[in-house]
Write a new protein. Sequence first.
Lengths: 96, 503
Amino acid sequence: MFADDVLVCPEALRRSAATLSSIARRLAYEAEGPPLEVPAEGLQSGVALAELTATVRQRLAVLSASTVDAAVLIRRAAGEYEATDERAVRRSRAVA
Amino acid sequence: MVGYAELWRADPEAWRAAAAAWRILSAGLGRRGAEVTLVAAGLRGQWSGPAGSAADRRLAAVSEPCGAAAADCLATDQVLAEFAVRLSRAKATLAAAVARPVHPLVRVDERGRVTVAAPGGRPDPEAFAAARRTADGIRAALDLAGAADEEAVRRLADLTAAAAAGWPMERPPGSPACGAEPVAVRAWWGALTDAQRRWLVVRTPALVGRLDGVPAAARDRANRALLAAAPGPATARLSERLAADGRPRAYLLGLDVAGDGRAIVAVGDPDLADHVLSYVPGAGTGLADLPGELGRVDRMLERAAVLAPDRSVAGVLWLDYDAPDLINDALRASYAQDGGPALHRFQEGLRASHDGPAHLTVVAHSYGSLVVGVTARDHGLAADDVVFLGSPGVGVRHAAELGLPTDRVWSSTAANDPIQRLAPSLVQAAREVAFAALVPTAAPWLLARPDADLWHGHNPSDPSFGGRVFFSDPSDPLHGHSDYWRYGNPALDTVARIALGLA
């Protein structure tokens, strides 16, 4: 699909979106992953580490969600490009 | 403030395990970031135009935080690993305080309070003195643990703030001039914000990873990222050691896989240890030999920990020169001359990036001792003590030419180490053989006698060299040249004591 400076391969967009979805799942797994804290009675470091762990897990969940969003947008873009192209084809045929 | 009972209960192994978990998380995030970058690169060829550019920016907004998060998770690993080391040291100090033979009238209760019984109401001065020593030991241990806890809390809080802000990155206004002195590099790094340092580690790991004067922790983060991006058979064993659980944390301070390969690997953070030992290996060493050479560093550190459990020591394997491959290559001093500037800069960088003053020791084996000697002679060497083991000469006639106080220059050559029979020329060797043939009764003496002059100068283990010579056990007939690190060899403990500043 070409238009001056625009080049789009919808199939490539769909493949990329699928890969991004997979990456997002792994990021989500990492956000929820194995224990990162240390139960440490009497050590303030244990409290500080728990706070850090909670913050990092939350941020990773956000990153995972952003990756999902990117995948959705790219997939939708592929669909819209194809729909636009099909409309253009129909109009061209009508004119012809 | 850490209490007596809490310190007994504290489990350094649990902190090491947590450090390893953060290290694994870091590696995973690094891979996710690289995967998103790969997707973006693939899309660029299939989707151009304004929407494609917008998608590219959107993916960068995912991949960059992944890289930054990976760097900060590794920083968390470093904080926790260091905390585990300091906690172990505090526990060892505590154990030593209460395990030492105290007076029979002295008691330590479960809260660490020290009391003295006075049978018949008569105070015993010896018992009071013993009680004071015990109480001082307990206090020292609790102070160590308390300081470690406070430091870890501060660093973890910084990492929490960075995570909450989404691991911000900011391009710094400039970078040090090529060839800038490590002291200038340290000053530049110290003036940067955390966001700027993060940007440098994530975006320019090749620069940060080798820049002497940059703190070891940052270099480690950069070099591990480089290693993860280009894995290969040459670095497989290095990767195994870097990932090793249950062993002191290793810091990757330099890596080059070209040729035989080069690496600088520290065991423990050299910027935080009070004593830092750099080990320069000899001929025939490359990346493939890294586990064995690092094993020598491990042994020196293990002995240091036994001899002085309350002192912090880090060890560095400095394998950042092209070591001669073969024995005939080792006849040439050019390998040592070529390595000199890098060793000079590295030691200067250690001094510059260290938190406060440090006691630096350079230990060199075999041809490595020529590298160290030539560096000290031609460029200067930031070291408080220098130790030569099994040396073929160090490029100078006398210890005073090394630019260090002669009583801080040490050397040992085991009686069964063949290196000391290396006459400086074939002519001299032929002369000795001829003399032995002419005077057969002198032959045993001639063959047993260490040569005063070796391939690369005066034998540093010869008393006239002017350094301090120490004993190495020659009882292993087969490994005279490599036996200095054998457990039970007094030479190993002497090196550890020198590194601890106790000799």
